[in-house]
Design a binder for this molecule. Structure first.
Ligand code: G3P
Ligand code: CA
Length: 327
C-alpha cells in the first residue's frame, strides 16, 4: 500500500445535472466543494463539519479516505490519527506511531476528532443532527449524511471522495460503496486522486462494471515551452507532465493547486483544459477573511474555474452566487 502525496443520488433536474460530473448538456454554475467539510470552522472530516458545510450551501462535501486495519474506509486526511484526534491520550503508539492502518474501526470509533487550524469545537447557532458528530466517520456514514441532508435541504448534496492510498482495496471500496448506494455516471459525484495510476485503474474497473462515475486527477498546472497546458502529477522522479489528451482518456477533469508561483493556474491553462473536454477544480481556497477570500474566488471564477475546494464554504457560496448573478 502506497501513501499518496498531500497535495447520491442521481441528479434530478437539468440544473442539478449541470453540476454533476457526467454531463455537459446544460451550462454549469461553478461548484463549491467543502474541503474536508467546513474545516475552517469545525473539526475536519466529521459529520458535524460536513453538515455545517451543507447548511452553508456547499454543493459537495469532500471525504478524504484511509483504510483501517480491518478494511473499513474512514474519512480522515492523514494516514495517521494523532494530528486530528485524541488517539495519543487513549492509546499507546502502534509500530512506533498512530497509523490508521494499525487500528481497527472499533478502536477508531472510540476517538474524538479535535479542532485544528482555525477550527473550533462548536459553531454558533449550529447543533449537528448526527449522534457522535465529531467521531471519525466511515465512508458509508458520509454517504448516509449526504443523502439525508439532500432530503432535508431539498437539493442534491454531492460527494467527492479522495483515494488517499494507491491501493486496489481502496479503489474497490470506493466503487462498491458508491454503487451500493445508487451512484452512477449521472450522479452528483466525483472520485479524486493524486495518483494517475489509481485513476487509470478505477476507470478500467468502472468500464468493466459499466458504471463510469466521474474521475478527477489532482496535481499542478504546468505549461510546456510551446505554451501547451499539461497536468503535473507527482511521480518517483518528481513532477511528471501528462498531456491533456492522455488525461482526458481516463478522467472527466483535473484538480489543481492554486496560488503556487512555480505552477500558476492561468486562464490559458483553464481554457486548454476546457478545450480538452475536462473540468477544472482548484484547491485549496483557505482565506478566512471575507474581502481577500472574495478576491481570490473571483480571480479564479473569472478565469473559468468550474469548482472550488474551500475551507470556508459560506464565503465560497457568497462569491459564487455574486459571480453567477453578474455582481
Ligand atoms: O483533494 C483536493 C485537496 O483536498 C487536496 O489536498 O491534502 O487537503 O487532500 P488535501
Ligand atoms: Ca482532499
Amino acid at each position: 500500500m502506497k501513501a499518496l502525496s498531500s497535495f447520491a443520488a442521481v441528479c434530478l433536474s437539468a440544473l442539478v445535472l449541470a453540476g454533476c460530473g457526467g454531463s455537459d448538456d446544460a451550462p454549469a454554475q461553478p461548484q463549491v466543494i467543502a474541503h474536508r467539510g467546513a474545516s475552517g470552522y469545525l473539526p475536519e472530516h466529521t459529520l458535524g463539519g460536513y453538515e455545517l458545510a451543507i447548511r452553508m450551501g456547499a454543493d459537495f462535501i469532500e471525504p478524504d479516505l484511509q483504510i483501517t486495519k480491518d478494511g473499513a474506509l474512514v474519512a480522515i486526511h492523514d494516514d495517521t490519527l494523532n494530528r486530528t484526534t485524541n488517539v495519543a491520550t487513549l492509546f499507546a503508539q502502534r509500530n512506533g506511531g498512530y497509523k490508521v492502518s494499525d487500528f481497527t474501526l472499533g478502536e477508531i470509533k472510540t476517538l474524538t476528532v479535535v479542532p485544528t487550524g482555525t477550527g473550533k469545537a462548536s459553531y454558533p447557532g449550529f447543533t449537528p443532527s448526527s449522534a457522535n458528530a465529531f467521531a471519525v466517520p466511515t465512508f458509508q456514514e458520509v454517504v448516509d449524511l449526504a443523502k439525508k441532508q439532500s432530503s432535508t435541504a431539498g437539493r442534491e448534496v454531492g460527494i467527492y471522495p479522495e483515494a488517499k492510498q494507491a491501493d486496489p482495496a481502496m479503489e474497490d471500496g470506493i466503487l462498491k460503496t458508491l454503487a451500493a448506494n445508487g451512484y452512477n455516471a449521472t450522479s452528483k459525484v466525483f472520485i479524486q486522486s493524486f495518483s494517475d495510476a489509481t485513476l487509470r485503474s478505477l476507470r478500467t474497473k468502472q468500464v468493466a462494471q459499466n458504471n463510469k462515475m466521474p474521475l478527477i486527477l489532482l496535481g499542478v498546472a504546468t505549461t510546456a515551452a510551446d505554451g501547451t497546458a499539461r497536468m503535473g502529477v507527482t511521480g518517483a522522479t518528481g513532477v511528471q507532465a501528462l498531456t491533456l489528451k492522455d488525461v482526458a482518456a481516463f478522467t472527466e477533469g483535473v484538480g489543481v493547486l492554486i496560488n503556487n508561483t512555480t505552477y500558476p493556474v492561468t486562464k490559458s491553462f483553464i481554457d486548454q483544459v476546457h478545450a480538452a473536454g475536462l473540468k477544472v477544480h482548484g484547491w485549496t481556497f483557505a482565506q478566512a477573511d471575507a474581502a481577500p477570500a472574495a478576491a481570490e474566488f473571483r480571480k479564479h471564477l473569472d478565469m473559468g474555474m468550474d469548482g472550488m475546494f474551500a475551507n470556508y464554504p459560506d464565503l465560497a457560496v457568497t462569491a459564487r452566487n455574486a459571480y453567477v448573478q453578474g455582481k
